[in-house]
Design a protein around this ligand. Structure first.
Ligand code: AQP
Length: 321
């Protein structure tokens, strides 16, 4: 059975973008694939972090993955599968500082800062370890992560050439028109969970109550078009309206007969609230059943330790350890 793998970083509260772009497609395919979904807590430590907040966000994300219907998947918290950290160091012995220095995200996020953590520099290697340990044949990626998956392929190929054919070189696949939800206030930027509370008006969180969703959608940026055909998609000239239409359709609603921005926002609010409602109900039930959540993750982590151990052992052997 083909493996599909996805890790989500607990860098904030999950958003509607994470649900529509990642969790829902994963859940839809979880029976057809050996689906492994991880909470990437180690990835949330590449910039200054608060341990208590990291722990709380990790737990929230873990519970939300279940609430979003991923009960048919192998769920795990990355730090509880030590092979991820162990393989990272071994791959750092294959990666070069030159190629890591060329990673766009490192350049953008902090190369110039003397206080930049070394882990921000090496995190693409951790990501490579995440992927190579689980040996998926294909890795679906958005544009922002493509460079990191290319690095993963390079490291695997270099390793195999130098030390023997141990690692599965994954193919990069661009997911078929996956939903890409844009920020409601800055509709040319993707909706992101790490946007702080001050800029959070454009970000719909999975745990936002209906009144908050209504307020955020009501304030969503549109444009000053008041023509009879104002409600239409055009990413270049009407990014806000286009985003609302896409969210509406992705949430199962329809824009048929919708002619004003007010009516569009009402339809979007209703559709989003209807999608979030079962997630929020299930989340509340799971909060009352912490032992169940713990058992699911303990089982998933045990399985991950089992399936990753032979990969790590083969790498160690090949390297002469
Ligand atoms: N706006 C979005 N629309 C569609 N899909 C999205 N994803 C994220 N934002 C959108 C998908 O969710 C998964 C989360 O991966 P991640 O936790 O590694 O972080 P990310 O991709 O960088 O997502 P965020 O929410 O924007 O986090 P921060 O703010 O920490 O950078 C991925 O599958 C991603 O494609």
């Amino acid at each position: 059975m083909t493996t599909q793998l996805s890790l989500l970083t607990p860098s904030g509260h999950l958003t509607l973008g994470n649900l529509l772009g990642a969790l829902r497609p994963l859940a839809a395919r979880q029976e057809a694939y050996d689906t492994r979904v991880g909470v990437a807590d180690l990835h949330a430590m590449t910039t200054a972090h608060d341990p208590a907040l990291l722990r709380a966000r990790t737990r929230e994300l873990a519970v939300l993955l279940l609430a979003c219907g991923l009960d048919g998947s192998t769920l795990f918290v990355q730090s509880r599968v030590p092979a991820h950290r162990l393989l990272t160091y071994l791959l750092e012995c294959v990666a070069t500082t030159g190629e890591l220095g060329r990673m766009v995200q490192f350049k953008e996020k902090g190369r110039a800062e003397p206080s930049t953590r070394a882990s921000l520099f090496t995190y693409p290697v951790l990501m490579a370890a995440d992927i190579l340990l689980h040996a998926p044949q294909q890795v679906p990626v958005g544009d922002d992560q493509r460079q990191h998956v290319e690095l993963t392929r390079d490291l695997a190929q270099r390793f195999n050439r130098a030390y023997g054919p141990v690692l599965v070189v994954p193919e990069v696949v661009v997911p078929a028109a996956g939903a890409r939800v844009m920020d409601l206030q800055r509709p040319t930027t993707k909706m992101s969970k790490s946007v702080g509370a001050d800029g959070d008006g454009g970000v719909v969180r999975l745990l936002d109550p209906p009144a908050v969703v209504r307020r955020k959608v009501a304030r969503a940026v549109t444009d000053s078009d008041i023509g009879a055909d104002a409600v239409r998609s055009d990413r270049a000239t009407k990014p806000g309206v286009t985003n609302l239409l896409e969210v509406l359709v992705a949430c199962g609603g329809s824009a048929d007969g919708v002619t004003t921005y007010g009516a569009l926002k009402k339809a979007v609010t209703d559709a989003v609230v209807a999608v979030l409602d079962p997630v929020q109900r299930r989340y509340a039930e799971l909060l009352a059943a912490p032992d169940h959540v713990d058992a699911v993750y303990a089982r998933g982590e045990e399985r991950c330790r089992e399936v990753t151990a032979p990969v790590l052992a083969a790498v160690e052997r090949a390297l002469g350890l």
